[in-house]
Design a protein around this ligand. Structure first.
Ligand code: AMP
Length: 336
């Protein structure tokens, strides 16, 4: 029987060959800033792609082409891109990818991308990652209008991490936490924007029992979400009034992290003196920055403080001096 990894490869190769999936060649530049490595992916051909890159753009652009309602590419996806169907989900290849085998897990029925993840969403994301790649990659979810998502239909995403590719920069910082406790919520003083993260317990993740893993991931995620709301309340309570929060979710086999978003875009000034407005999603907090033009690439490369750029996307930390590493604790009951 063909392994799932091989099946993904075959489906990808076939979809590329028949032009149902488009792989955008990219040049990779590694930039180090404040001891953190970022990978700048320069993809000039993306600038010409006639597909919206944000939810804000998506309804306008697609509506004008198709008069009545916006297209939902995930409701009846191209069968050439479907890797697998599991219960209420479809696992798809990303049609426009810059990383081969970038997967999307979409719900079969429409659900809003502004909804939080549910325990079954987390379980399928984790199980898929376990099987899909030779070594664990990154799971991410761009939740809400300002998160950098381009589609409103619920979709969790998975990318492999190659040996050359950078690890999420947070991973390196986590190594600095003394004796990290699984399930305890941390906020790192090095990061100037509001964020919450926790270390996952490998014993729980390795369980073969789906019920155990689903419950564990659900508890971790909702504990983290609670802490994130608490942090937003401290940073800027007005943000929670009458508005669904936007945030980015990143998960590896070691940690989960949430970064609430104030803005979908950040602004950098290029050497030519132009103000460049760059849309960013979870990937930027995982260390991957997308540049579609030379000017964007050079500006990202030369900007002296990428952390300050990321800070524009989120909320300023209330006061890192007062707020020590641990911001809250969740219960992390474990099936041993
Ligand atoms: P996001 O932009 O984070 O909401 O992620 C949505 C992803 O879906 C983007 O990376 C697109 O490349 C991808 N995408 C857009 N249209 C399709 C489609 N018809 N089939 C599969 N993937 C798509």
């Amino acid at each position: 029987m063909v392994s799932f990894q091989q099946h993904i490869k075959d489906t990808f190769d076939n979809a590329i060959q028949h032009k149902r999936c488009h792989f955008f060649e990219n040049e990779i530049f590694i930039k180090e800033d404040h001891g953190i490595k970022y990978q700048i992916n320069y993809v000039p051909s993306l600038a010409k792609k006639a597909v919206p890159s944000t939810i804000h753009e998506s309804s306008d652009k697609l509506r004008s082409v198709h008069q009545d309602k916006p297209i939902n590419p995930f409701l009846c996806p191209d069968p050439a891109l479907v890797v697998k169907e599991v219960d209420n989900y479809r696992i798809l290849l990303n049609k426009f990818c810059i990383i081969p085998h970038h997967l999307l897990i979409v719900t079969k029925e429409f659900q809003e991308q502004s909804q939080p993840l549910l325990p079954p969403d987390l379980l399928i994301a984790w199980r898929t990652m376990e099987e899909a790649y030779a070594k664990p990659g990154v799971i991410f979810y761009n939740c809400g209008e300002d998160s950098g998502a381009s589609q409103r239909h619920k979709h969790v995403q998975l990318i492999p991490v190659s040996d050359q590719g950078v690890q999420p920069p947070i991973q390196e910082m986590l190594n600095k936490i003394d004796d990290p406790k699984h399930g305890e919520v941390y906020s790192l003083n090095e990061l100037p924007f509001v964020h919450v993260l926790l270390m996952l317990d490998p014993r729980a993740l390795k369980s073969k029992d789906d019920g155990v893993v689903e419950e564990y991931l659900g508890q971790m995620y909702f504990g983290l979400l609670d802490s994130m709301f608490h942090q937003i309340r401290l940073a800027d309570p007005s943000q929670l009034q009458g508005k669904k929060p936007s945030y980015n979710f990143i998960m590896t086999d070691r940690f989960m992290m949430l970064v609430p978003r104030r803005s979908e875009t950040g602004v950098l000034t290029s050497a030519q003196g132009n103000e460049l407005t760059l849309s960013m999603n979870s990937m930027s907090f995982a260390g991957y920055l997308l540049a579609k033009t030379e000017e964007e690439r050079d500006t990202l490369q030369n900007t002296p403080d990428l952390m300050a750029f990321l800070q524009q996307l989120g909320f300023d930390r209330p006061d890192p001096a007062v707020d020590q590493s641990t911001v809250a604790t969740t219960d992390a009951p474990l099936a041993s």
